[in-house]
Write a protein that binds this ligand. Structure first.
Ligand code: FE2
Ligand code: FE2
Length: 251
């Protein structure tokens, strides 16, 4: 006689008409591709994204939560699609973009390496094949400006998505008297957008800076290394990188 299932919920099949989840698809042996939507919906991913952001808030950093993760994911995906790279590469870039900062849940130092390892655990548990999560790991592990390099299309797109996210919404210090340069530059910045001209082979970051809050020079003071990283990433994609601030092309 068969033993009763100690966890009857595990017997529940996908309801007729319901969208199958990643788990249910894997359980039924259906080959499936993990998407950004699957990653966003994963409760463990949500815990790591929030924990990472919380730790950075304690350390005095700007916002690195679902907003930043989502913007980086969408920008990275859009760049590769605009350059007519394979759609699956674009989706992997989006997934890498969403997970790239979860290593801050462990430590700010080398958080790219930590994030790559956390991503491996999460994505392998979700059923992503090793060939794909190895690509995601390499992109995430190369997003920090201290040592990151665009070693693939996915890594290049992630770098461009991450380094271009500067916006007043990211500032969480409520006291202007204690603003540091990062607070001032972010607070002064809005309308940051990455545009790809596939025919001209250019990737342009344009943004507006309120010079009554922060001088453009301050932007360069903290973002020069990031812009150089963006230029190398664009070059990997066979594009020139250009920077337009307040309508004036500076790079
Ligand atoms: Fe990061
Ligand atoms: Fe980031």
């Amino acid at each position: 006689m068969a033993k009763p299932d100690p966890n009857p919920k595990s017997m529940s099949a996908t309801k007729p008409g319901a969208k199958p989840t990643t788990k249910s698809r894997a359980k039924h042996g259906v080959a499936t591709l993990i998407t950004l939507d699957d990653v966003r919906a994963n409760p463990e991913v949500a815990v790591f994204v929030r924990k990472a952001d919380h730790n950075l808030e304690v350390l005095g950093y700007t916002e690195h939560a679902e907003r930043h993760a989502g913007i980086v994911a969408n920008t990275a995906r859009d760049i590769l699609l605009a350059l007519q790279r394979p759609p699956r590469h674009a989706e992997l870039a989006a997934i890498a973009g969403y997970l790239h900062d979860v290593g801050n849940a462990i430590s700010r130092l080398d958080h790219g390496i930590a994030a790559a390892l956390i991503a491996r655990d999460l994505l392998s548990q979700m059923g992503m094949p090793v060939e794909e999560y190895a690509e995601v790991m390499a992109a995430i592990g190369n997003h920090e400006e201290q040592y990151g390099e665009a070693i693939s299309d996915i890594a290049a797109a992630l770098i461009l998505g991450d380094k271009s996210d500067v916006n007043r919404d990211r500032v969480r210090n409520p006291d202007p008297h204690t603003f540091d340069i990062h607070d001032r530059v972010n607070l002064a910045s809005q309308n940051a957008a990455v545009k790809v001209d596939a025919a001209a082979r250019t990737i342009t970051l344009s943004l507006d800076i309120d010079t009554t809050v922060s001088q453009v020079m301050e932007y360069f003071e903290i973002f020069l290394s990031r812009m150089l990283m963006c230029r190398r990433a664009a070059a990997f994609l066979n594009c020139d990188f250009s920077l337009v601030i307040n309508g004036t092309r500076l790079l």
